[in-house]
Design a protein around this ligand. Structure first.
Ligand code: P53
Length: 492
């Protein structure tokens, strides 16, 4: 009998945020300083800086967020009004273990998430909870050197077990590390970017550190994070066998710049530098290309037999992913693309499609493409889309005394992307189990620290300095998304 492919009845429509971008109250009720708390504000053209601790006179946008720590009840009420079936946020590690190595967890922090998850349950919104979203305790950087230190495996395992035990009857869907492969970007020709290895692993390389010095550190940190993830899966299943524990990767698509064979190879190599993270998470072992690379350079330093057994056992239940844009890569002039040489692969422009005001290429077909690619790599593995959306400037206008935000550009982006996902599900048979758009309520941008890069269906009246009334207004996209959910994705 012919099988008809459609969105599953229990499809998880909703949205996603992260604690550090929303909660504010960065030092309240015993919370410790996280690596996000020492990131300054940047812009579309200026990078965020990493300061040595909290420095007086600097602007740290994550200190205020949108004050979600105190407003979550009203905010969740609005999500429920849109019909959300699920909501993703993270637990701020520093609310639970302020320094990361504390002997006992901080009860006030634990209580906050009890209350938050209770509220979500009351509203019939399924929590999808990230354990590690760019917000590790800063103390683990200064005292341990970040994720390159194997002690982090035990400390993270302890944190994860503490919260999984506490919330075992409130949370089913867990995500271990957010966008774990971002840190490999430097291998794709981006050797200047401090930001992605900082947010993933708490590593800061002094000026002039070479590729050969960075790579073994990146691989060690990534390895430790993967072993930690495996242990979280192994322990989590003992705490509650019904837990669904997932990996999370940014899966922006990469295209070759031309029909030249060297450009195809450039894409392949760039992908291999990202895909080993998901391979280990999902298949429980490193792929051959990366094994060969590590062996060739002696880049594997501090690993044990037991690690590889744990990686084999602690594989994830599903893959969660973000998709925002596509990118074009090519072989550098006169070079053969290779994992050994970051200058052999270059990122280039695409003038066939438009970009956002932050230069992110708008490419709904790329979304369908990447979902297919993932399914080719990991057949039948459930995929949860946990980030997709359009960061844009919004204007508030007053009509008949009511504040309105007309955001047809955001609706257009989301419509096209949801349509592309539905084609991937219905025509291509890809098992996508949910769609959580990024930033359903405006929050601080992770990449730039701006408030004015807005993704929300709900507008938040705060500027880049945290000034404003903090009031929430519904944008046009609010009513639109409500209809999308009501119609199970039919009314776009
Ligand atoms: P913002 C890099 C590349 C793709 C997604 O980003 C990324 C990053 C790191 O910034 O981050 C994810 O806020 C991340 C979220 C973030 C979202 O994408 O820079 O998981 O925390 O807010 C959007 O526009």
């Amino acid at each position: 009998m012919a099988k008809s492919y459609q969105l599953p009845e229990n499809f998880l429509w909703g949205g996603a945020i992260a604690a550090h971008q929303a909660e504010g109250y960065w030092d309240a009720d015993g919370k410790g300083t996280s690596i996000a708390d020492i990131l300054t504000a940047g812009s579309a053209t200026e990078r965020r800086r990493i300061t040595d601790g909290v420095v007086a006179g600097e602007n740290y946008p994550n200190h205020h967020g949108i004050y979600f720590y105190k407003t979550y009840k009203e905010d969740l009420e609005l999500m429920a009004e849109m019909g959300f079936k699920a909501f993703r946020t993270s637990i701020a590690w520093t609310r639970i273990f302020p320094n990361g190595d504390d002997a006992e967890p901080n009860e006030a922090g634990l209580q906050f998430y009890d209350d938050l998850f209770d509220e979500m349950r009351r509203l019939h919104i399924e929590p999808v909870i990230t354990l590690n979203h760019f917000e590790m305790p800063y103390h683990l950087v200064t005292e341990y050197g970040g994720w390159t230190n194997r002690k982090l495996i035990d400390l993270f395992e302890n944190y994860a077990s503490t919260v999984m035990e506490r919330y075992k009857d409130k949370v089913t869907y867990w995500i271990v590390h957010n966008e774990i492969a971002n840190q490999a970007a430097m291998a794709m020709g981006d050797t200047t970017d401090q930001f992605l290895i900082w947010t993933n692993s708490g590593l800061k390389f002094p000026e002039g550190t070479t590729f050969a010095e960075r790579m073994p550190k990146m691989f060690q940190a990534g390895h430790n994070e993967l072993v930690a993830s495996a242990r979280v899966v192994i322990n989590g299943k003992k705490i509650n066998p019904n837990f669904q524990i997932g990996a999370m990767l940014n899966c922006d698509v990469m295209y070759p710049a031309s029909m030249k064979p060297a450009d195809q190879l450039a894409v392949q190599k760039a992908r291999q530098m990202r895909d080993w993270f998901s391979d280990v998470h999902i298949r429980g072992e490193y792929p051959a290309d990366i094994e060969a690379l590590l062996a060739r350079h002696n880049w594997r330093t501090d690993v044990s037999e037991q690690d590889f057994e744990e990686l084999k056992t602690g594989t994830v239940d599903y893959l969660s992913m973000s998709y925002y844009a596509s990118h074009v890569v090519k072989a550098a002039e006169g070079k053969t693309p290779s994992l050994d040489d970051p200058t052999s692969i270059e990122v280039t422009d695409n003038n066939t499609i438009k970009a956002s005001d932050w230069g992110w290429l708008i490419d709904p077909e790329g979304f369908r493409y990447t979902l297919n690619e993932l399914n080719d790599l990991y057949p039948h593995l459930p995929i949860m889309v946990v980030e997709n959306g359009f960061g844009a400037y919004d204007d508030v206008v007053e009509e008949d005394g009511v504040k309105k935000i007309h955001d047809p550009y955001r609706i257009a982006y989301l419509r096209e992307h949801i349509r592309a996902m539905e084609e991937a599900i219905i025509e291509d048979g890809i098992p996508v189990i949910g769609y959580l758009s990024w930033g359903p309520i405006d929050i601080v941008s992770a990449g730039t620290g701006e408030m004015k890069k807005r993704y929300g269906y709900i507008y938040v009246d705060l500027d880049d300095f945290g000034e404003g009334s903090g009031e929430r207004y519904k944008k046009d996209s609010f009513d639109w998304y409500q209809k999308v959910i009501q119609s199970q994705g039919q009314s776009l």
